[in-house]
Design a protein around this ligand. Structure first.
Ligand SMILES: [Zn+2]
Length: 593
């Protein structure tokens, strides 16, 4: 694997975690030792809190007392919420005191849909999210290829053609051809994954190793983009990416088990550091295989999962059928790991015309997108899931994809009337036919959405769908909530940065880069947006009894922000800093002054 060292990004976190460990310096080993110290055993005598927060505003998000000014925690749980006088008796010599000095404490952010290992991985490969031209990307690859071992892979992720300020020349379907990329890396195969994950751009060496030529047929559910003469351009859509990923995986498989595990552990470590820095205390992982879950379980036992994980299982029918019974776990390792859901995917992404629509694309009338997996196959898995007491969380972006998933959920529910409170989810639920909006409420299906996608994708959503469909069905948060649906929030990291404040800002503004708002009447209020990121996400994971609000008995997972995002002028929200991230009463991140 090709690695880009990321010590700069990590360094502040390392330095900040010293609060757990008086003797810590700033090396990676010390980060490990500080994180491994995580546990709930309290050192304080009975009746004394491990943590007291006071002198500020605490948004508890509870019905009875939505606002408080002080809070105390002991053994990982909240033991008192009220004012400074209410918590005074909990303070002892061993108590860690945080003076809010007027700042805002909220229930820790819960990322509702992200990719945990990919977040870690994104810190180890070329990060292309900031590239404003194709040429910039080619130069980044050139620099990597110069330092890479001959034949090793150069990998990157996060490019998006809609960000490019200069159009590539020549250009096919809005994208470059591979010549420039191939010229700077003739001996090293290059794979650059699109921000959406639904396409990859590769160079000539990668095409050669994968055996992709003008004669290679498109695989089902995918496309090898070609130029006018039929030659592959380097762009691989949807399942066509597998042709290259398989040879990459084969190259990776040559590593020893120890090498593989140490890279995987590094991803976990990098992901945790990034999440704590951004104020995220729980993370819902949208699909990992059994081997990853095994590793996470071991790391939970070792106390090396500071951020609490809810992991959706990804696997084929036979594998799921054989293993589901052994993998259901709730709050494993001191409430660090929960596995009770299965991830399915029905279609692709809107940006790459992969979302499955009821009517053709406005800007590509020859296509209505496609099913990446047949609904019958998803229904088979859904029936297996319901029998094993698992939730089903299915990716659906287009209105056809959403309808097919609602239909198959409904059929499964009807055949299992005895099973209630299922909370099945549709991941993204991005574009819904108005006829289907009320069905979310009626069926109790959760709309697992990502606020930030609306602002990033808004400009081309209009192109893909046309104004009518965009207005009536795209990111219709308010319509869904009015129809009784629970709407959650998140970022789909690494598709977007995992920063909850960016997504929060978008959720309350629906503001596009050009300053205009995308159907502003669907925006959430500040409080609705905060609830979507906390208690609604907790509900979507059956965790509303232990997370999502700040009240006595719940886990002391708290994020402290530099300013009050519920009341400051809206354009100041993005200037807000995460000052403290607290998980289970332990302060795991403090911002450097
Ligand atoms: Zn995702």
């Amino acid at each position: 694997m090709f690695l880009v060292p990321d010590s700069q990004t990590l360094r502040p976190i390392v330095a900040l975690l010293i609060v757990l460990c008086a003797a810590c310096g700033s090396s990676d080993a010390e980060y490990e030792s500080s994180v491994s110290a995580i546990g709930v055993a309290t050192l304080a005598p009975e009746g004394v809190a491990d943590l007291v927060i006071r002198n500020g505003k605490i948004a508890t998000l509870t019905e009875d007392a939505p606002e408080a000014s002080a809070l105390a925690a002991r053994s990982g749980r909240i033991v008192a919420v009220g004012n400074d006088t209410d918590v005074a008796s909990w303070i002892g010599d061993e108590t860690y005191l945080i003076d809010l000095a007027g700042r805002l404490a909220i229930p820790g952010f819960i990322e509702g849909h992200g990719h945990f290992m990919s977040l870690g991985n994104s810190k180890m490969i070329l990060n292309l999210t900031g590239a404003n031209t194709w040429q910039e990307i080619v130069e980044m690859v050139a620099a990597s290829a110069r330092e890479a071992e001959p034949g090793s892979w150069v990998t990157g992720r996060g490019w998006h053609q809609e960000k490019w300020t200069v159009l590539p020349n020549p250009m096919i379907e809005g994208l470059p051809i591979h010549d420039g990329l191939s010229a700077v890396s003739p001996e090293n195969p290059v794979v650059l994954t699109h921000a959406s994950g639904h396409a990859s751009f590769v160079n000539a060496k990668a095409l050669e190793i994968a055996g992709i030529t003008r004669d290679t047929k498109n695989p089902d559910g995918g496309e090898i983009v070609r130029d006018a003469s039929g030659e592959p351009t380097g762009m691989l859509r949807e399942t066509a990416q597998r042709l290259v990923r398989e040879v990459f995986a084969h190259a990776e498989a040559g590593r020893s088990a120890e090498e593989i595990e140490s890279v995987e552990r590094e991803k976990v470590r990098l992901a945790n550091a990034e999440l704590l820095r951004k104020g995220v205390t729980s993370f819902q992982d949208a699909g990992s295989g059994f081997a990853t879950i095994d590793l996470l379980k071991r790391m939970a036992e070792e106390g090396k999962l500071p951020v609490r994980l809810y992991v959706m299982i990804r696997g084929g029918y036979d594998e799921l059928a054989g293993r589901l019974a052994d993998y259901r776990m709730i709050g494993y390792g001191d409430s660090r790991l929960t596995v009770r859901s299965i991830k399915q995917v029905v279609d692709g992404a809107l940006g790459s015309h992969g979302a499955w629509l009821l009517q053709p694309y406005a800007d590509m009338p020859s296509s209505s997108g496609l099913a990446t997996n047949p609904p019958e196959q998803i229904e088979r898995v859904a029936r297996l899931a319901i029998e094993h007491g698992y939730q089903v969380n299915t990716h659906a972006i287009g209105d056809r994809g959403n309808r097919e998933v609602l239909d198959l959920y409904e059929r499964t529910f009807v055949d299992h009337r005895g099973r209630t409170d299922l909370r099945w989810r549709i991941e993204h639920a991005q574009h819904i036919d108005p006829v289907d909006i009320p069905r979310f409420g009626q069926l109790g299906v959760i709309a697992s959405m990502q606020g930030i996608h609306q602002c990033s994708d808004g400009p081309w959503v209009m192109l893909r769908l046309g104004e009518g469909r965009a207005r009536s069905g795209a990111y219709v948060w308010q319509d869904l909530m009015r129809a009784g649906a629970v709407v959650t929030n998140g970022t789909d990291v690494p598709v977007e940065d995992v920063d909850p404040l960016e997504s929060y800002h978008c959720t309350v503004t629906r503001q596009l880069n050009n300053g205009s708002a995308f159907f502003a009447d669907q925006a959430m209020t500040r409080e609705e947006a905060l609830r979507s990121y906390t208690i609604s996400n907790a509900y979507a994971a059956f965790e509303e009894d232990i997370k999502g609000t700040l009240e006595v008995g719940k886990l002391a997972d708290i994020t402290i922000l530099s300013q009050d995002i519920l009341t400051i002028p809206v354009d100041e929200i993005l200037e807000t800093e995460v000052d403290f991230t607290i998980v289970g009463g332990q302060t795991l991140y403090i911002r450097e002054p």
